[in-house]
Design a protein around this ligand. Structure first.
Ligand SMILES: NC(=O)c1ccc[n+]([C@@H]2O[C@H](COP(=O)([O-])OP(=O)(O)OC[C@H]3O[C@@H](n4cnc5c(N)ncnc54)[C@H](O)[C@@H]3O)[C@@H](O)[C@H]2O)c1
Length: 355
């Protein structure tokens, strides 16, 4: 089986955790790693992934080897292991566009090289590095930059995994262009490996399966990494609220009073994320059931678990001659796929695709 050559658009916290997960797998290809849902997916092990390049705009990252870029001050995800074979992958400059707006502009200074970078440079680099899959992990709300990367991948014939809630796979005109070009596009918005959305939607599915009538729900999320800093700006977080609402609707929550989204930045939490959720429902004889959840997770490793599946799903779909948005693996991997499913159906469709 060949390697999967991956490039990272955005060398931030999710990318750092994913690169470490790949390094652990490369060091022990036949070991079952905690949190790795599928040891092989479409025949690929996580150890078969090679990170061959990254793109960023931060002056503390651009021009450095990947392993050094992840020592930048804004990185708050835990370092569990050194990067192995991929430690020297280059971090290339990309056009800034709307990548650093709002609070991010106060913590990241754009590299001079990013000012000269063009979409054509990005497409050319994807071809030169023979990239199979581009993982887009840019700040939420950076819709122009995210669309620029999608267009560059389309030009280069590179499959895309969209970790962000900005609509690509869910935008019919974008997914049609990928389908017509014979290029795979998976998205949108990572559904973290064991995160708020998966727990919340599994709980909703359980209550509905027992015939309860949902009345109201909320899901409040706080954290202290740059993702939460960015999402604290109301001008940047709209797509995250929409994406979480899409996930709850796919779980069966229609016409219910529900709120779910990022709820604040608490700097000292760093990469720890807290989720507080409640579901209230009507049961037998109109009696009330109310369930509260508190979830504490490290945010970025939780994203890495999904990216580990998504890059292999994108390459597998490409190998199978699929193109555009691919339905089967997407509802388990993303909050806002074109067609969402309840958790158990999403898992069954994914495992069927993965085998
Ligand atoms: N568990 C999770 O962490 C999780 C779950 C679901 C979705 N997501 C989404 O994944 C995305 C990435 O999250 P993160 O925590 O890694 O964010 P981050 O802030 O750590 O990283 C974003 C990176 O993008 C870079 N960047 C900004 N503009 C750029 C441009 N024009 N070109 C190239 N790089 C640019 C930044 O410098 C930074 O390195 C976000 O949209 C987030 O909402 C994360």
């Amino acid at each position: 089986m060949k390697n999967i050559r991956v490039a990272l658009a955005g060398a931030g916290n999710c990318a750092w955790s994913f690169a470490q997960f790949v390094a652990l797998a490369q060091a022990a290809p036949d070991t079952r790693l905690p949190g790795l849902m599928c040891h092989t997916l479409g025949g690929y092990r996580l150890a078969d992934v090679r990170i061959v390049a990254a793109f960023d705009v931060d002056e503390a990252k651009v021009g450095l080897p990947l392993a050094e870029a992840f020592t930048a001050p804004v990185i708050s995800a835990t370092g569990f292991t050194d990067l192995g074979a991929d430690r020297d992958a280059p971090v290339l400059p990309a056009p800034v566009l709307d990548g650093l707006v709002g609070p991010l502009a106060s913590v990241v200074r754009p590299a001079a090289a990013a000012r000269d970078a063009t979409p054509e440079h990005v497409a050319k680099a994807l071809v030169e590095h023979e990239v199979d899959v581009l993982v887009i992990a840019l700040p939420t709300g950076a819709s122009r930059a995210i669309r620029m990367f999608a267009q560059a991948a389309l030009t280069a014939g590179t499959a895309v995994v969209n970790c962000t809630p900005e609509e690509l796979a869910r935008d019919a005109s974008v997914s049609r262009r990928f389908a017509e070009a014979g290029v795979v596009l998976l998205g949108d918005d990572l559904r973290s490996h064991l995160g708020a959305t998966c727990l919340h939607t599994a709980l909703i599915e359980l209550l509905l399966s027992r015939g309860l009538e949902l009345q109201s729900t909320y899901q409040l999320n706080v954290g202290g990494n740059t993702d939460f800093l960015n999402l604290a700006d109301a001008g940047r977080s709209a797509s995250k609220f929409t994406s979480k609402a899409n996930a709850l609707r796919a779980a069966g929550m229609s016409d219910v009073d529900g709120v779910a989204g990022p709820s604040g930045f608490i700097g000292h939490l760093a990469d720890t994320k807290l989720c507080f959720a409640n579901v209230t429902a009507k049961s037998v004889l109109g009696s009330q059931v109310s369930i509260d959840i508190k979830l504490t997770v490290e945010d970025s490793p939780n994203a890495a678990g999904v990216i580990a599946n998504a890059v292999r799903a994108a390459k597998t779909a490409t190998d199978r001659g699929l193109s555009g948005a691919v339905d089967a693996p997407s509802p388990l991997l993303f909050k806002s796929p074109p067609h969402g499913l309840p958790e158990s159906e999403a898992r069954a469709a994914f495992l069927d695709f993965a085998s």
